[in-house]
Design a binder for this molecule. Structure first.
Ligand SMILES: NC(=O)C1=CN([C@@H]2O[C@H](COP(=O)(O)OP(=O)(O)OC[C@H]3O[C@@H](n4cnc5c(N)ncnc54)[C@H](O)[C@@H]3O)[C@@H](O)[C@H]2O)C=CC1
Ligand SMILES: O=C(O)CCC(=O)C(=O)O
Length: 445
C-alpha cells in the first residue's frame, strides 16, 4: 500500500531511513517472542528452589512493577516529522527508587527492556545498593540522526517519561549508544520541566554537571576486578592470559584496556563493524584511539580481519562479551575455548548456553555481578549530588573495588556451599534481599 492511500500514514511524509520506525510491528505485540525476558524468567525459575519460605513471593520477580510506552515525535532537520517508540520499565522498587540505563538501538523492544530492568533489580541487590531495577530505551538507530535530531529526541523522550522518573523515583543512566551528553540533555530537560536543577535525576552525567569522577570507567573496572578475583580461584594468571572481547564501547573498551595494562594479551575484538585478530596481542591504546576516531574497530591497521563467526573459535583464556544479549547460545557455546567468560554485557548468555558452558567446565561470571561496577559508581554519583560534596577519583575507585570484591566473595561462597552456578548464586543473594524487603513492606498502601 502506498503512503498516500494508507489511512494510517502520517500527515507528513517521513525520510526513507526512518520508515522502519513507522512500519515495524509495535513491540508490545511481540510478546510471544520472549527473547531476553524469556531467558530472565528461566533464570528466576532456577533460583526459586533456593528461596525457602520467600519463594511464595517469587511471582513478584516475574512481573514488572510498571511499564511505560511512549510516542516520541520530533521534527527532523528536513522539516518532516518522525515518531519513535520509547520505553521506561520499572521492574521492582521494593528496595528503593528504580535505577538503570537508557538504550538507543534499532532493535530495542519492550520485552528486551523488561528483561534489562529485571536484571537491574537483581544486580542492584547483588551489590546491595539501595535501588530497585529499571531500564529504558528508544527503538532508533541513533547513527542515522544528526546531533540536533538526537538532542530533540532525547529531550522529548525525557519529557514523556518525566511522569515516572525523578531523583527519588527512578534514575536513568547511560547504556548502549547513550553517553554523558545524553544524560546532560536528560538532566536539563527534567530540570526545566520541574522548575529547579535536579542533578540527581540521572547519573553518568558530565563531571561539570554533577557527574562523578570514575563513572565512565566504572563498569569496565568492575569487570576487571571480578575477573581478577575469579582468576585467583581457578589458578589463572592474568599476566600473559589471552583475552577476546565482543563490543569495544564503554564497557568492553575499558575492560580490555585494564586487562592489557595488567599484562594480558587482547588477541581478538569484535564490534558492530567487524572482527579483528592479532596473535601477538593488539595494541589496545592505539585501538581505542582508532575507535574514537572512526567509530569501530574495523579498519585497524595493525591487525588481521577475520570473519565474525570465527571470533568464537579463537584460542583464549578469557572471553568478555560486552555488546548485546543472546550472543552466546547453544549454537556457539560448544566452540568457546575460554576457561572463563566475564559478562560485561547484560544477558549475553542464554540458559541453554549456560548449561553447555558448565558441562565444559567454563566458569561464567554473570552480568548481574560482573558489570555491576557502573551502577555502583552511579550510586556514588547520586549520593554526591544529594550532599553536593564530591569525592576524588582515588576514593571512588577504592570504594568501588571494595564493594565489588566483597559482593563477589559472598556470591562465590554461596555457589560453593549450594553447588550452583555463579549466576544462580547471585540470584539467590539478590532475590532474597529483594523479597525480604517485599515481605517486610507488605502489600497494602
Ligand atoms: N555503560 C554502562 O555503564 C553499562 C553497560 N552495560 C552493558 O554493556 C553492554 C555494552 O554497553 P556499552 O559499552 O555501554 O555500550 P556502547 O554503546 O558504548 O558500546 C557497545 C559496543 O557493542 C558493539 N556492538 C553493537 N552491536 C554489535 C554486534 N551486533 N556485534 C558485535 N558488537 C556489537 C558496538 O560496536 C560497541 O562497540 C550492554 O549490554 C550494556 O547493557 C552493563 C552495565 C553498565
Ligand atoms: O548506572 C546505572 O544506573 C545503570 C547502568 C546500567 O544500565 C546497567 O548496569 O546495565
Amino acid at each position: 500500500m502506498s503512503q498516500a492511500s494508507n489511512p494510517l500514514s502520517p500527515p507528513h511524509p517521513i525520510g526513507a531511513q526512518y520508515q522502519h520506525t513507522q512500519h515495524a510491528l509495535p513491540s508490545y505485540l511481540q510478546a510471544d517472542n520472549l527473547g531476553p525476558w524469556g531467558n530472565y524468567l528461566q533464570q528466576v525459575d532456577r533460583v526459586i528452589p533456593h528461596l525457602g519460605s520467600l519463594a511464595r513471593w517469587a511471582e513478584t520477580l516475574k512481573r514488572p512493577k510498571r511499564v511505560l510506552i511512549v510516542d516520541v515525535p520530533i521534527h527532523m532537520d528536513d522539516g518532516t516529522i518522525a515518531h519513535f517508540e520509547g520505553y521506561r520499565v520499572q521492574h521492582n522498587v521494593s528496595r528503593g527508587p528504580g535505577k538503570g540505563g537508557v538504550r538507543f538501538h534499532q532493535n530495542v523492544t519492550l520485552s528486551e527492556v523488561m528483561a534489562l530492568s529485571a536484571w537491574m533489580s537483581v544486580k542492584n541487590a547483588a551489590v546491595n545498593v539501595p535501588y530497585g531495577g529499571a531500564k529504558g530505551g528508544i527503538r532508533v538507530d541513533p547513527k542515522l540522526l544528526t546531533r540536533g535530531e538526537l538532542e530533540r529526541m532525547t529531550r522529548r523522550y525525557t519529557s514523556e517519561i518525566g511522569i515516572i522518573i525523578g531523583p527519588n523515583k527512578d534514575i536513568p543512566a547511560p547504556d548502549v549508544n547513550t553517553n554523558e551528553q545524553t544524560m546532560a540533555w536528560m538532566m536539563d530537560t527534567y530540570s526545566m520541566n520541574t522548575g529547579s536543577t535536579a542533578t540527581g535525576v540521572v547519573t553518568g552525567k558530565p563531571v561539570d554537571l554533577g557527574g562523578s569522577l570514575g563513572r565512565r570507567e566504572a563498569t569496565g573496572r568492575g569487570v576487571f576486578t571480578v575477573g581478577v578475583e575469579a582468576a585467583k580461584h581457578i589458578g589463572l594468571e592474568i599476566s600473559g592470559a589471552r583475552i577476546i572481547v565482543q563490543g569495544f564501547g564503554n564497557v568492553g573498551g575499558v575492560a580490555g584496556k585494564l586487562f592489557a595494562e595488567a599484562g594480558a594479551w587482547v588477541v581478538a575484538v569484535q564490534d558492530h563493524g567487524g572482527t579483528i585478530y592479532r596473535e601477538a596481542g593488539l595494541n589496545v591504546p592505539a585501538l581505542l584511539r582508532h575507535v574514537e576516531e572512526t567509530g569501530s574497530v574495523s579498519g585497524f591497521v595493525d591487525a588481521e580481519k577475520i570473519s565474525d563467526d570465527s571470533f568464537w573459535d579463537v584460542e583464549c583464556d578469557i572471553l568478555i562479551p560486552a555488546a548485546l544479549e543472546e550472543q552466546i547460545t547453544a549454537a556457539n557455546a560448544g566452540r568457546i575455548k575460554a576457561r572463563m567468560v566475564i559478562e560485561g554485557a547484560n544477558g549475553p548468555t542464554t540458559p541453554a548456553a549456560d548449561d553447555i558452558l558448565a558441562e565444559r567446565n567454563v566458569l561464567v561470571l554473570p552480568d548481574v555481578i560482573a558489570n555491576a561496577g557502573g551502577v555502583t559508581v552511579s550510586y556514588f554519583e547520586w549520593v554526591q549530588d544529594f550532599s553536593s560534596f564530591f569525592w576524588d577519583e582515588e576514593e571512588i575507585n577504592l570504594r568501588l573495588v571494595k564493594i565489588m570484591k566483597e559482593a563477589f566473595a559472598v556470591i562465590w561462597n554461596v555457589a560453593q556451599s549450594r553447588k550452583v552456578s555463579l549466576r544462580t548464586a547471585t540470584f539467590i543473594v539478590a532475590c532474597q534481599r529483594i523479597l525480604r524487603t517485599r515481605e517486610l513492606r507488605g502489600l497494602y498502601p
